[in-house]
Ligand binder design. Structure first.
Ligand SMILES: N[C@@H](CCC(=O)N[C@@H](CS)C(=O)NCC(=O)O)C(=O)O
Length: 207
């Protein structure tokens, strides 16, 4: 059976849980990361020297970390995966571009906002960091707001680009921050909320 290491409240673990559910793949999940620890134990580091979650272990023993790489790998190897990862080079590159953009651009300002409001006691919050991260996050979300003018999902059809971005989207609409009006972004969030696997694994109370 597939094994997924990682706590369920990690945005990067959520992506993989979402895809496993969409593909109806049986798997077991083992707690790791955050309060569960484990990620710096020698046996975990042997699987994932980056000491992060998620880590995927396939029945063959093949082991993979980096959540977006896991999404691509599962789509390439598991039945039904093509539906979320188009094969045509341009369509595939578009999906991968938004996945890379999540890692390279969107992740950091959203991490600052999430950690400040969800994982840091009010008295210890660095509001100067929020003042920098919030306009940057808004600038990046505005790119998607523009992108959604003529499509329902960032990369055309529903894909693993949605899965890479959807956890951050939920946080954007759930954090106690002032959000500029972005109706298309909001409509996209509404579309994702209609997917049972998103509602179950991703759009959950933040912790
Ligand atoms: N780029 C990596 C980031 C992985 C990452 O930073 N995961 C966080 C949780 S979202 C983590 O492992 N934090 C340390 C911990 O949970 O102990 C990925 O997408 O898998």
């Amino acid at each position: 059976m597939i094994t997924l290491w990682g706590r369920a409240n990690s945005v990067n673990v959520m992506k993989v849980l979402w895809l496993l559910d969409e593909l109806a793949l049986p798997f077991e999940r083992i707690e790791a990361g955050g309060a569960f620890g484990r990620t710096r134990d020698p046996d975990y580091l042997a699987m994932n020297p980056n000491a992060t979650v998620p880590t995927l272990v396939m029945p063959s023993g093949f082991t993979l970390w980096e959540s977006n790489a896991i999404l691509r790998y599962l789509c390439r190897t598991q039945p039904g995966g093509n539906a979320f990862y188009p094969e045509a080079p341009e369509a595939r590159a578009d999906v991968e571009r938004w996945m890379d953009w999540q890692l390279a651009s969107l992740g950091e300002p959203m991490r600052v906002l999430f950690w400040t409001f969800v994982r840091t006691p009010a008295a210890e919050r660095d509001m100067a960091a929020v003042a920098r991260a919030l306009p940057e996050a808004a600038r990046l979300w505005r790119m998607l707001e523009a992108r959604l003018a003529d499509r329902d999902h960032p990369a055309g059809g529903f894909s693993i680009a949605d899965m890479a971005l959807g956890g951050f989207l939920h946080r954007w609409f759930s954090l106690p921050i002032e959000r500029p009006e972005m109706p298309r972004l909001s409509a996209w969030y509404g579309r994702l909320l209609q997917r049972p696997a998103y509602a179950k694994h991703v759009a959950v109370p933040m912790s």
